[in-house]
Design a protein around this ligand. Structure first.
Ligand code: WT7
Length: 648
């Protein structure tokens, strides 16, 4: 039996259940199971939730749905920064901590709602003074420092569309994203701290900026104090602009469907997709899910460890929690710096009550051992969460025992960049948990597991996870590529939104996520397209062809493996393999570095010339080979196996 199948079997046999602790359930934000019934009247449910936000003008229609296009809350106007900041100032929350920030070297900053409001207003004025207007695009390439949420909220205040590019992406990746959306302004920093080292963000930005004709101005904030190159007329210091900025900027009255941000994510082609989220539906979706899934209360110190460069950070570090008036903890650095107990030390230091992280992080803590959390007082914790990939029951149990001390429910939340908000999740005060299952759709959301033709599959059988009805935070389009949006998400299984994930539903109606069914690899909870890595490899002058696949990895979940053929006359040496890995890092970023590269004389192809990735995966994971009858040259397999055995 293959390792894959073993995992699935283990998941299906998992039948331990953990009911909500009674004291938790009694006061949970979602404590009445009737909420699922309420969700069945979807429009009424979302309208009730939307009414908790501040609207300049109320909406006319909750939902207009012309398959596959949706408009939520049309006719309404609102402002995201107003909802995250201004309205809290009218209450006692004015002096409540909005952001508790911890830098990797141990420095820290606390911003109250009033402080954050002030910074955002001033920075919004700076953007305005540089000519940024409604619907202009602004690229943000920053480390995890307070300036990052400040810049995002400032964009929303004036109606500019932000595009955050994760600080771990390379100069080339930054350049491509800027050019994809035609950004006018770039916001970056002199650098950031990561594992005790300085990441030279401005240097990367300078490389990118050589080929980004639309960028007019660059705002640079000081984090590390390293010397950077400032180009006169183009580059401006954050602190100098802010020193002269007016204190107040009126919030733009945005239409419900005005774009709020664009965030790129990997798909099945070489080009990342600019996922477009709009204003009202997104804010309603993330505010509601934050309140019910994380049970946010005013007393909480809430910590989501995701980098804001990913959707998790957008929705559940910035917008959802702040719209709820929560206290958000934000940490700049790496979980194992200077020691593998850094997270536990931070939880103890600030009395974190809600902690949301990724299975890959949990598996690396497992490997470091329970002595690290045992050194710290984790008794403030009351709720744990995970996101990004399926969590194996062993990791779930470890998290439950050693971090939550068997007191804290765990919410395993399934969603995507495209969905904007959590779609499949337990509700911590209501759900008896099964380790490894994300439970079922959030109220107001309808999901199913179906076959190729969209027919439901029986309980226990695997199929494609689809979403059957629109939801408020759904993506609206791919920037500049509306056709690709319809084809990739709505035409695969007509009638439904195609997630790209496999799943099963068990006899009790619990959903079990089984990973991607397309050419997308999930490395440590980060999505990478096989084609993106392949394009990066064939971009190297010595490479003729490349095929990229994933193989199981104990900590990362999946690791990237590449099979490469070199051009005539090129020698396939270990040095070249090293060079190719670096080339991929340069093209995309360190997260896409292949773990292994295998040189081979040829790649397995079908008679129509398609690379058979499945076959390569089988070889890499040592499985019996599936159907090879469509292979153009059967001798290829033997050669490939030999190449693999040689290097592995
Ligand atoms: C893909 C989306 C928004 C979450 C962060 C990643 C996988 C996400 C789970 C989960 C099993 C999960 C899916 C999904 N995924 N959460 N709880 N259980 N798989 O966002 O980069 O857009 O990736 O992450 O495969 O399609 P993303």
């Amino acid at each position: 039996m293959s390792k894959d199948t073993r995992t699935i079997e283990a998941l299906l046999k998992e039948n331990r259940t953990f009911p909500p602790p009674p004291a938790f359930a009694a006061v949970a934000n979602a404590r009445d199971a009737g909420i699922y019934k309420e969700g069945e009247d979807m429009e009424k449910f979302w309208a009730r939730e939307a009414a908790q936000l501040h609207w300049f003008r109320p909406w006319d229609r909750v939902l207009e749905w012309e398959y596959p296009l949706a408009w939520w809350f049309n006719g309404g106007t609102l402002n995201v920064s107003y909802n995250c900041l201004d309205r809290h100032l009218e209450t006692w929350r004015r002096n409540k901590a909005a952001l508790i920030w911890e830098g990797e070297p141990g420095d820290s900053v606390v911003l109250t709602y009033r402080d954050l409001y002030r910074e955002v207003n001033k920075f919004a004025a700076c953007l305005r003074s540089l000519g940024v207007r409604r619907n202009d695009r602004v690229t943000i390439y920053l480390p995890m420092i307070p300036e990052l949420p400040i810049a995002m909220l400032a964009c929303t205040r004036i109606g500019a569309v932000h595009n955050v590019v994760f600080g771990g992406f390379s100069a080339a990746a930054l350049r491509d994203r800027i050019n994809d959306i035609g950004a006018k302004v770039l916001i970056t920093a002199d650098g950031g701290f990561r594992k005790g080292r300085v990441v030279a963000l401005k240097e990367h930005a300078d490389t990118a900026l050589a080929e980004t004709p639309t960028i007019e101005k660059v705002i640079v904030t000081k984090r590390t104090g390293e010397r950077v190159n400032m180009q006169p007329g183009r580059d401006l210091w954050w602190h100098e602009l802010m020193a002269a900025a007016p204190l107040y900027t009126p919030p733009e009255h945005m239409e419900a469907e005005d774009p709020l941000f664009i965030l790129h994510t990997s798909g099945t082609t070489g080009k990342p997709k600019g996922v477009v989220h709009t204003t009202a539906g997104y804010l309603v979706g993330v505010t509601t899910t934050s309140r019910y899934v994380f049970d946010l209360k005013d007393e909480d110190v809430y910590w989501c460890t995701a980098d804001i460069g990913w959707i998790t950070g957008h929705s559940y570090v910035v917008y959802g929690p702040l719209a709820n008036g929560a206290t958000v903890l934000m940490y700049e650095g790496s979980p194992d710096y200077p020691q593998p107990d850094r997270y536990w030390q931070i939880i103890e230091k600030y009395g974190v009550t809600i902690f949301y992280t990724a299975p890959t992080a949990i598996r690396s803590f497992m490997r470091a051992g329970p002595a690290y959390p045992a050194r710290h007082d984790l008794s403030s914790l009351r709720l744990l969460g995970t996101v990004g990939e399926p969590i194996n029951p062993e990791a779930w149990m470890w998290y439950y025992n050693y971090i939550g001390h068997r007191r804290c429910p765990i919410v395993d939340t399934w969603w995507q960049t495209e969905t904007g908000m959590i779609l499949i999740t337990p509700l911590p005060g209501l759900t008896p948990l099964k380790p490894g299952s994300a439970f079922r759709p959030f109220p107001g959301v309808e999901a199913a597991v179906v076959d190729d033709r969209g027919e439901p599959v029986p309980p226990g059988k695997g199929g494609y996870l689809v979403i059957k009805k629109p939801w408020p935070a759904m993506m609206r389009t791919i920037f500049n590529d509306p056709e690709r949006y319809v084809n990739q998400y709505w035409n695969r299984i007509p009638g439904y939104y195609f997630t790209g994930d496999g799943a099963r539903v068990d006899e009790d109606g619990y959903f079990w996520l089984l990973g991607r069914v397309d050419d997308v690899i999930n490395v440590s909870g980060h999505r990478i397209g096989t084609m993106e890595v392949e394009s990066a490899l064939v971009d190297h002058p010595d490479v003729a062809e490349a095929a990229v696949i994933s193989r199981e990895h104990e900590i990362k979940g999946q690791a990237i493996v590449a099979f490469v053929t070199v051009k005539d006359g090129v020698e396939a040496t270990p040095r070249l393999a090293q060079e190719l890995k670096e080339h991929v890092v340069q093209k995309i970023g360190a997260l896409a570095r292949p773990e292994a590269i295998f040189f081979t004389a040829e790649l397995p192809k079908t008679r129509s010339g398609k690379i058979m990735r499945r076959l390569l995966r089988d070889i890499a994971e040592g499985r019996a080979l599936g159907d090879t009858s469509t292979l153009a040259d059967p001798a290829t397999v033997a050669k490939l196996k030999a190449a693999y055995a040689e290097e592995a």
